[in-house]
Design a protein around this ligand. Structure first.
Ligand code: NAG
Ligand code: NAG
Ligand code: NAG
Ligand code: NAG
Ligand code: NAG
Ligand code: NAG
Ligand code: NAG
Ligand code: NAG
Ligand code: NAG
Length: 485
């Protein structure tokens, strides 16, 4: 080899290394708090066809992990908050969790699941939880880490703790004044020491949508990455968007705690499309376009120029009609896809700004809806609808929601239908003191969609579909045989 080529090859090698270490992937959160979740194999196809290469889960559902097997998608498995206490106190519990939910599925490529992280807890420090999980988080993370070491997986699977948007704060919204919530001072130092020792990144939620609603100083344009937005100044640094402002608040909080170089992963970020003002598909599309352009540009933020988050997970993949709405009716509408896997707007996951590919082979219940019978005395209908809404999903009826404009008694019909669909279209779930009426005419108006729920194995049994059960059983059995032969 001519000696003068050596340095060139050398340079090329390091350039490649640099590129490799700068693969800043964008993944999605896949939650399953839905009354009728899409079957996991359908969701995995949805991920693949949209070039989504990373996914964050909230638990370790065997059907989900089986569906992800062989996909080569990078996976974060989650430990629910309710399990933290047992792991803090029991090495054995942590070991059997790791055995059952990591070791059994793990592979680095190949036919298993490419598990990259274990997320210990789901935002356990959320202020609204009080201190119920604080005492167990670090202990649980440590026990899980030790279990991974014993399973010889510690170099492949990292232990992280997803922190909520309210773990960090700043005075007068100045990023340079960022610090962790004062009740978390001690816990955060312990967490950061733990992460740093094991070279794991800091996982944090950034929520420009919630920031917009909580902070009068933040404008919609600033939240949406609009060039025309009025910038915020922090001494000599200029902030052009809400994302950078929050991100640098986290950077300052980490530096104040003594960890200025800790890697950051944005564990959840997104924009809801219903259930509140400013929660619409078109605003969400603008936000996502701005976010994706910002991430793809690799510009970073004023405090970390050219050093963007190492990974970013969009919140969320799908709408979930069973998510808690204590923080707002928008909580059930974070999906970039609807509950049935239909794209709400285009997002660029590295395939360019093409439209997203919808879920294929989605199976619905029959085209039937439940509406209010206008020929009846409707004096009790509102009370009946409110009762239905305590179980069903009526979030689209709330102010600013997609169905907020349909007038009475259309809104009663909406509530009745939601209840009826959630109960698998059982005839007795469209009774409502004989005010309900089953129809085959779609009552949807404009943007207000009266949905038909998905067919699930549970609804199959209600509809007496013996054949479908039989094929599900056959498929499950052949998957089992494939895995164990
Ligand atoms: C967590 O585990 C540690 C170590 O086993 C134990 O000392 C501590 O009391 C536990 N914390 C709680 C709140 O149970
Ligand atoms: C594995 O994870 C699942 C789902 O989160 C959970 O139900 C199960 O208890 C876990 N296994 C062990 C041994 O903890
Ligand atoms: C709003 O902005 C002004 C000027 O930039 C600042 O003085 C004030 O503290 C901010 N208020 C909040 C609540 O952030
Ligand atoms: C937490 O840390 C901040 C800054 O480091 C400090 O101002 C505050 O007093 C601390 N709070 C507690 C409760 O220790
Ligand atoms: C922020 O800084 C820019 C340039 O440094 C300046 O033009 C602008 O007036 C400042 N804005 C505020 C609100 O201070
Ligand atoms: C998928 O996206 C990645 C970047 O995340 C890109 O490198 C890759 O080429 C894309 N795949 C296809 C088929 O375009
Ligand atoms: C409305 O509800 C009340 C109390 O349950 C009942 O007494 C009344 O008969 C109902 N009215 C109609 C029209 O069904
Ligand atoms: C509801 O109606 C008002 C007034 O006609 C309109 O401004 C608003 O955009 C409508 N909202 C929805 C969600 O359709
Ligand atoms: C339907 O609209 C009427 C009149 O605006 C209102 O009183 C009632 O509470 C609404 N019902 C539901 C379930 O939203």
């Amino acid at each position: 080899m001519p000696p003068n080529l050596c340095p060139i090859i050398f340079l090329f090698f390091f350039a490649m290394l640099g590129l490799a270490s700068r693969v800043r992937a964008v993944g999605v959160n896949w939650g399953t708090a839905a009354s009728h979740p899409l079957p996991p194999p359908v969701v995995v196809e949805l991920l693949k066809s949209n070039n989504i290469t990373k996914v964050k889960l909230f638990d370790a559902d065997p059907l989900v992990l089986q569906a992800l097997s062989g996909s080569n998608i990078g996976v974060i498995v989650g430990i629910p908050n309710s399990m933290l206490k047992s792991f803090n106190s029991s090495k054995k519990a942590a070991e059997s969790w790791v055995h059952d939910n990591v070791t059994r599925y793990f592979s680095n490529g190949g036919s298993g699941v490419r598990i990259e992280y274990v997320a210990v807890g789901d935002e356990p420090f959320l202020q609204s939880y009080g201190e119920q999980f604080h005492p167990f988080v670090i202990g649980a993370a440590t026990k899980i880490q030790e279990a991974l070491i014993r399973a010889n997986l510690e170099s492949k699977v990292k232990v992280v703790v997803p922190c909520s948007y309210d773990t960090f704060q700043s005075e007068s919204s100045l990023p340079s004044k960022g610090h962790f919530r004062s009740d978390l001072n001690k816990t955060m130092i312990q967490l950061l020491k733990f992460l740093s020792k094991h070279r794991s990144p800091f996982f944090v939620t950034i929520s420009p949508f919630v920031t917009l609603h909580q902070n009068k100083n933040i404008s919609l344009d600033f939240s949406l990455f609009k060039e025309t937005a009025h910038p915020h100044n922090d001494s000599h640094r200029t902030y052009k968007n809400s994302f950078d402002l929050s991100y640098d608040t986290v950077v300052s909080a980490l530096a104040t705690a003594g960890f200025p170089n800790m890697d950051i992963v944005v564990a959840q970020i997104g924009w809801p499309t219903d259930g509140a003002t400013n929660a619409t598909p078109s605003i969400a599309e603008t936000f996502m376009k701005g976010l994706m352009n910002h991430l793809h540009s690799k510009l970073g933020t004023p405090l970390r120029p050219r050093n963007p988050p190492i990974e970013t997970y969009i919140f969320s993949l799908l709408d979930e009609d069973q998510r808690s709405i204590t923080t707002g009716n928008f909580e059930r509408h974070w999906g970039i896809f609807t509950f049935d896997g239909q794209a709400k707007y285009p997002v660029d996951f590295g395939l360019g700004s093409k439209n997203l590919v919808n879920a294929q082979n989605v199976e619905y219940l029959p085209s039937k809806w439940c509406v209010v019978n206008n020929n009846k005395d409707l004096s009790n209908a509102t009370a009946r609808a409110l009762e239905a809404c305590s179980v069903a999903d009526c979030t689209a009826l709330s102010p600013g929601g997609s169905c907020s404009n349909i007038s009475w008694p259309g809104n009663i019909s909406y509530a009745f239908n939601s209840y009826y669909q959630q109960h698998d279209q059982r005839a007795d779930s469209c009774d409502f003191g004989s005010l309900g009426l089953i129809t085959t005419v779609d009552p949807s108006v404009d943007h207000c969609r009266f949905s038909v729920e998905l067919r699930t194995s549970q609804s199959d049994s209600l509809h007496g579909s013996f054949f479908s059960h039989w094929t599900t059983w056959l498929t499950a059995t052949s998957v089992f045989l494939l895995r164990f032969t």
